[in-house]
Design a protein. Sequence first.
Lengths: 486, 269
Amino acid sequence: MRLADSRTLVPDLVTLPAEPLADRRLIETIANWCDRYTPWVAIDPLGDAMAEEGAEACATGGFGGDAGLLLDVTGCGHLFGPGEVGERALLADLVERLSRHDFACRAAMADTAGAAWALARFAETQAALFCPVNGQRDALAALPVDGLRLDKPILETFLKLGLRRIGDLYPLPRAPLSRRFGDQPLTRLDQALGKVGEAIEPRRPPPAFRTRLSFVEPIGRPEDIAAVTSRLLAALCQQFEQAGVGARKLEIALYRVDGSVDRTAIGTSRPNRDNPKLMKLFEQKLGELDPGFGVELMILSAPEVETWTGAQDTLPETAPITANPLGEDGTIDLADRLALRLGAGNVVRLLPRDSHIPERVQTVAPISAPAAADGAWARVASMKGIRPTRLLQRPELVETMAEMPDEPPRRFVWRRHSHRLVRIEGPERIADEWWRPRPGGRIMPPNIVPPVRDYYRVEDDDGGRFWLFRDGPLNGAKWYLHGFCA
Amino acid sequence: MPVISPHAFAPPVANDRGSPVPPTLREQVRRLERAHSTQRAGRAAVPLGVAEIDRLLPDGGLLTGALHEIEAGPSPSGRVAAHDGAALAFTAFLIGRLGSGTLLWCRQPSGASDAPPYAPALAGWIDPARLLMVTARRDEDLFWAMEEGLRTPGIAAVVGETRAADPTAGRRLSLAAEKNGVPALLLRGQPAPPQSICATRWRVASAPSPELDRPRWRIELRRNRFGQPSVEEMPSWLLEWNDEARCLSVAPQALDRSAGTPRRERLVG
């Protein structure tokens, strides 16, 4: 129906523009909120609206008006009571809590996602919303075929043929149905009845390890949040110990009373299950969390774990394969603390690289990377000539004055200061590494002489020592300053 | 009711005149002042290996639990130093004298013209594999990182490259260093406003050398807390680094062709 037609029928009709992005944000907030029941929450973008105007909304990143949420609550019901009672209680709790936030919602529970989807939308009585174990065949029989999540053309043909209820499809022979309509109707039917599995892809990969603590009264003081974090951490560390793993990443989520969720994460550079050390990392981050009007539930999870490689795994007699100069516990923990505040890229160790190009010799690596082997740096240093203590990231062009064009300069001007050179040592010729691809991606053709740099160590009349190089051929060569010597 | 003696308000000069402080008491006070640092740290001082300098330093070497400042000084002719390559080398030499352990090196990047320390050269003094390099954009982050490093066991020394002279941060660093017996070194690319917190302040300038393989540095000890008083107002040496023998020694003055006499400046702090 068009808007004009609607206005004729209902003159005081209230209209609002559709906001697909706002819808999407809302459904994501609700999905976050649902993490309290199960880590396995998926947003189901399907809906009637998808077929027409919804498709447009989805293309711009929004969801159709009747997007829903799929929760895999396998093994979660027992938290609310034994067996079916617990599952019913979970469903009632979900609806009750959501309606407290003024959401009108319909939730159904069934063995299969397809059956729950159909029941949530088309069940006629409140009691039918809960489908007992293996009861989906009977429960679905009376529902309209719209409940099968079919494409619009197939649905229309079904209606023309008089197939109005899902139950009408049960007695039909499968082969002609498949020939006539393709795979979709049978697949959807089998999925709804549980004959074929259907994968629900969670929004966030469910962590293997998590602990939770919910509160009767909402908490909000920073000390309380820290205390709860510490308790959760203790419980999680026990889980780690039993499983023989350590955490690389931990995430704490605060479920606030207004339905929103605030999270923060810490990372470690090697598997860790040391409660006080992890707590120290969390203490830096907890200040960023906003408890809002109060927190009713906190969940601590470990999205990334690795096999424990702690010290007790190796016998004291056996030396580690690579001696790690930064291996002491304190340093790694320090690096973690620094990286948390300054960013992981700002806390690095230096590694040598086999290269002749000065700026390529020294590379940086994250602290979790293996350290340089014993004596590797000494070997690098002994192979090269004497090097400057500081190396400019980018060589700077200098103006030079030489007596003869081929000779090293007698004077150079750098940053508007003139330096008269009294001592010159060189050249040390460093050729480009022809075996490496050029910036354009091509390997240098063999008949072209690779660019070379002639390095000179110079001292000016004031005792300042510099590292200069001449780039390219002798005639018209440019001089660059590349470093400062001791 | 307490009675306050009028002598309590007498100027201290008057007291001194009355009874000179015996040297043993001075020594006792000096020990009390840094009792905590000498007790906690296994080694109190690390000798530099240059007898002329070690003679002046407290306990015959660089105090481990203390804050030290190294600044790049002007060249012998008085010009602003073009770079702090010599000061950096001297810093690396100092931390190279310390024992094993991680070396935390904090610095602020300076954009496109950034010139970070170059490990192949530092390998002459320290093993660069021991370095933990930290870049911080803000001064407070840098001081925080240094302080965290000082409080961490297993750290041999903490170096901070900064131009900021924050007395509060300096005091905190000094206390953290004393408490844990780990030296903190502030490396300054240019002379900074003096702070009276550090135990020693050095000014290092590169000096003309007879050969490029044996660089020479003009080193001034501008502040020497707890140390021996020197005959000169500002002790200064011309040192030569021998790369083959790996030692620092006082260069023969005859070869010193630095222009003019060193400027006289008052000792600060």
